[in-house]
Write a protein that binds this ligand. Sequence first.
Ligand code: MN
Length: 334
Amino acid sequence: MHASLHPILSDEQVAALEVLTGAPRVILTGHVRPDGDCIGAQAALSRLLQARGQTVHILNPDLPETRYSYLSNDVTYGADEGQALPEHDLIVLLDCSELSRTGSLAERFEASDAQKVIVDHHVLPDVMWWDAAFHDQTASSTGLLVARIAAAIGQELDTLSARGVFTSMVTDTGWFKYSNTDAETLGLASELVRLGVDPSEMFQAIYQRQPDHHPRSVGRLLSGVRYESGGRLALLPLPLGSDGRPQVVDTDDALDLVRSVENVEVVLLVRQVTSNLCKLSARSKTTFNVNRLAQQFGGGGHVKASGATIEGNVTEVCQQLVTAVDSMWEAVDA
Ligand SMILES: [Mn+2]
């Protein structure tokens, strides 16, 4: 078992394991609008710790999307309703490493005297605020880190945990398409199937439950595609809707299609959320570092997938981004 998992733990990871397994009452949390990796990792870690007799509450800023009901039917995902935090000795951040990413919960977490542990694969902040971290930037997902934790403490994943870890892996690797798909990830996927995961059932649940207006929404978004920087940069602007509200579109399909264009190296989706604020999703197909791009605008993430919140309307923000990307390319080409 676990033959494919990265076997060597750093001292820091060993220290994090001790804190994780030593706390009687644990809160697991994650980032705003938790994605498949975040909630999949939480499902698995909550089962692991509960099996050891620890009390676990999952409390996120928002509820999981309904596409993940195959997890949320069996795992209780709390969402912030302004309530006091459940009694706890430890707060664990999964799939993010800054308290501000927990949105409305951040203040209550900051005010807590409990120990705080990070389980994450994002770039860590410069200033260390946590007590311990089970961190590896090369891990394809946070769920994979939870599988390493299970292996390290000698515990087998049950079917639900296996589904959680599989959810993490497929959502963060684009179903094993992105460059973070490595031997450890595929080896673990094979083990998870043996533990009861049905890949085709999971694919249907996650990707084939779209509402009937989905193709048209994607079509509208795609019809706005703009190429810049000699075709190496593709912009997907998503302005406010005709009702003045932000448009709600599942953008993964559109991002995939634009990324499939041969010359495109970087895709930037700019979604306007208020009259003067946009959310950026940046994706890179090459060595272009979208984490560095997002950092210039106060955001961050991974080298190949990153995000930021930027002031301005969609036209202004797109222009700023084109300039920033061009100057990064000039620096590389020079
Ligand atoms: Mn992740």
